[in-house]
Design a protein around this ligand. Structure first.
Ligand code: RIB
Length: 314
């Protein structure tokens, strides 16, 4: 089976700093680089690098089309449903990477991401039919996300929504979602519950279950991740690694989760894969260049034979 990713495709402009600038301050950075990015594209490349056949559905401008299509090709992503938009520029992201902490600040101009249409998604129906999983994020218009979720659900596909960047979700979308994967901030914004610790995360997760989602996976950065369903609550500690760049950690996590599920792992095990995939990513610079191969994920899991999820009884 395959995975279809419907979402954003960017060119990332990276600059490294030793600390973030203050408002009004000009700071010298270094190591400027241009690299492929966008949450949708990162997740598609992540799935493909982990060994799953992956289709990308999205739009790019003419300006960076050769560069981005070549990059997808190198990563093995099927670009049949990536449309070149001759009227709009490719979406871009300006990323300031703090090399002291591995944290980042990102500003996006979505460009052609915002011009994807329902027809573009309908044109990709064969990809959706061929897939077990459809993976989405929130860097394209909400209307298109709802349409893609509805279409995928109507064909019996598993829908994973990574609700990033944080944005309010219309009630209708929840019934189409099998798994939602917000981070701490996104969870707080979606539920109104301030996520401060595991207990508040579980409380927020339960609110999302009440809305009709089957599984809620809350990513907690260096503190790991939490699975909340109507049957169980499991806590997954993070793998301990040296943090270099957290950009794209969520993308690596979602790619790992989608690939493991597509290959038949139950969600409880797929989340070990997701955590391992994110852990490998943050040891390398670049949203996409740092995404792991299957061997990298298997190696970190092998190196941690005692890694276990913890059952929580809240
Ligand atoms: O998740 C990381 C991504 O967010 C970057 O590649 C950037 O393009 C933004 O979309």
């Amino acid at each position: 089976m395959s995975i279809t990713v419907v979402g954003s495709i960017h060119v990332d402009f990276y600059i490294k700093v030793e600390r973030f600038p203050s408002i009004g301050e000009t700071l010298f950075g270094r190591g400027f680089q241009i690299s492929p990015g966008g949450k949708g594209a990162n997740q598609a490349v992540g799935c493909s690098k982990l060994g799953e056949k992956t289709y990308m559905v999205g739009r790019i401008g003419k300006d960076f089309s050769e560069y981005l299509l070549e990059n997808f090709k190198k990563s093995g992503v099927d670009t049949t449903y990536v449309k070149i938009d001759y009227e709009h520029n490719t979406g871009v992201a300006f990323i300031i990477l703090n090399i002291t902490t591995g944290e980042n600040m990102i500003v996006i101009d979505p460009g052609s991401d915002y011009w994807i249409t329902e027809e573009d998604v309908n044109n990709a129906l064969n990809a959706i039919i061929d897939s077990k999983i459809v993976l989405l994020q929130l860097e394209i218009p909400m209307k298109i996300n709802i349409h893609a979720c509805r279409l995928a659900a109507s064909r019996g596909k598993k829908v994973i929504l990574n609700p990033a960047p944080a944005s309010p979700l219309p009630e209708e979308i929840f019934k189409y979602i099998d798994i939602i994967t917000p981070n701490r901030v996104e969870t707080s914004q979606l539920t109104g519950v301030e996520v401060k610790d595991k207990l508040t995360a579980v409380k927020a997760g339960k609110k999302l279950i009440e809305k009709g989602v089957k599984y809620v996976v809350i990513t907690l950065g260096s503190e790991g991740a939490l699975l909340v369903s109507s049957e169980k609550i499991l806590y997954y500690p993070s793998f301990k690694v040296d943090v270099v760049d957290t950009t794209g950690a969520g993308d690596a996590f979602n790619a790992g989760l989608a690939v493991a599920l597509s290959q038949g792992y139950p969600i409880e095990e797929a989340l070990i894969w997701a955590n391992a995939s994110a852990a490998v990513k943050i040891t390398k610079v670049g949203a996409q260049t740092g995404l792991p191969l299957r061997d990298d994920v298997e190696e970190i899991i092998k190196k941690n034979p005692n890694y276990r999820a913890e059952i929580l009884y809240y």
